[in-house]
Ligand binder design. Sequence first.
Ligand code: NOJ
Length: 561
Amino acid sequence: MKLANIKREWWKEAIVYQIYPRSFQDSNGDGVGDLRGIIQRLDYIASLGIQVVWLNPIYSSPNDDNGYDISDYRNIMSEFGTMADFEELLAGFHARGIKVVMDLVVNHTSSEHEWFKQSRSSRDNPYRDYYHWWPAEKGTPPRRWSYFDEEANAWRYDEQTDAYYLHYFARKQPDLNWENPKLRAEIYDMMHYWFKKGIDGFRMDVITFISKHTDWPDFGDENQGSIMIDRYAEGPRLHEYLHEMNREVLQHYDIMTVAEGPGTHTHNVLALVDEDRQELNMNYHFDHQGIGVGERFIINDDFQNLVKFKKVMSDWDKALSTKGWNTVYFGNHDFPRMVSRWGNDEPQWRELSSKLLTTYLLAMRGTPYYYMGDEIGMSNIKFDNIEDYKDLMTINWYHLTKEEGGDLEKFIESHKLCARDNARTPVQWDNSMHAGFTTGEPWIKVCPNYMQVNVAAQENVPNSVLNYFRKMTALRSNNLTLIYGSYQLLLPNHEQLYVFERQLDDETLLVALNFSSETASFEYDIKASSQLEVLIDNYNDLTLGESRIALKGWQAVVLRV
Ligand code: NOJ
């Protein structure tokens, strides 16, 4: 790979750090994180060596789905603060050289959005066509599966106008009707509003779902979850809308865009992110998250299958190796803590495996999206009781399973590993009450390991998980091979080791990771290397033979070879 042939972009070279504001830092003692809390932590965020922050939704919302149900796109959620707080926060990030990406949630609104209130009020209201309605005189609408509905039914009957409205997510999250050009114009206008305030991009929530098959074909009653998701992402006008959005809004600013892409796979991703198509810059997929996880997040034996994981990640790299640009991530607010999902969160291995996962994310090709708290090795809280959960998805799935007479014990055990609330527990700042997150009662429980696992305890320990993250961000940011170099997987079938090379111009880097607690070694012609140098090693004691490299449990190294 030659640097001269690569189109360099700031968003390809950036490390994105995701903040879930509700759980980051509370400043006013109400138990809910807020914008002034983030302002208090700006220097900490800057110290991480990241270049972009993605903020989960901070707009006005009744919070049925923690801000993914927006009631006013141009205002700040009262629990989070005010527009003045937001402007101060944005200026604070920019002053530190950090760009800010916001969440764009335009597949649906809250049912408390003024558009929906108008829309549901009468069949001839001017806002009626802002949403999808099915008049009851036509009978029951064709079955559509819903992620969050109590009955998994995406059509909800509304008495007021004797019609059903569509909601792929919760009942209080009606889907917008993108067929309507007036609605699209309103959305583009709202996007201009935020860009004019100075934000640097959008992460686009379930953007692959915005175009519906409005002839409402029969998708089959039995189809749930993953099958429906693929159908939802095949809407006939998706690319037309995104191209239009690009023309009307995106192309006018120096910004980045990333699709949250349920239903994207290696065979269809280029339709979204091939630069010649002028739609979006990047996409993130769920193919690795789905390994070993079935419907309603019930896990199976493949949960940590490394061979499958390597294949998925390598296929995705290949799909975007000459056109488009990839993303890599483990954790976010919808998935478990990375160390509990892909590492080993037992006390003996938690730190080492967290460091290994950090090494992986920051050594892959593609923009890394790194989730708050992972930099200190936070792990899943693993609730024993359904009463502890706050997430409507887990709660509704639990009740559905119960009504069906399903295995509730298995459900609880699987959700200890997979539930979204595992990632939503407050960031652990220190060992004071509630981990320094709030002086009040936190909206969700703090993970009890905060006495050991917290920022303050790691800040001045050179070898801590936190300082390892900082070393790794510096390594990536100063090494174009880690950003742009080609990716070559070695040992695809090895069940413990993930080994790959990155190569740019005359530099080759070897990344070797032992995804297991047992020592493992592999053949590698070390003596052929002219410029051998260990760039990072989470043990600092790498064993190199002349033609073999041995890695201890969860050891991670990056070598210049
Ligand atoms: C994806 C978001 O990441 C998730 O948190 C949310 O519940 C759904 N989209 C619905 O907006």
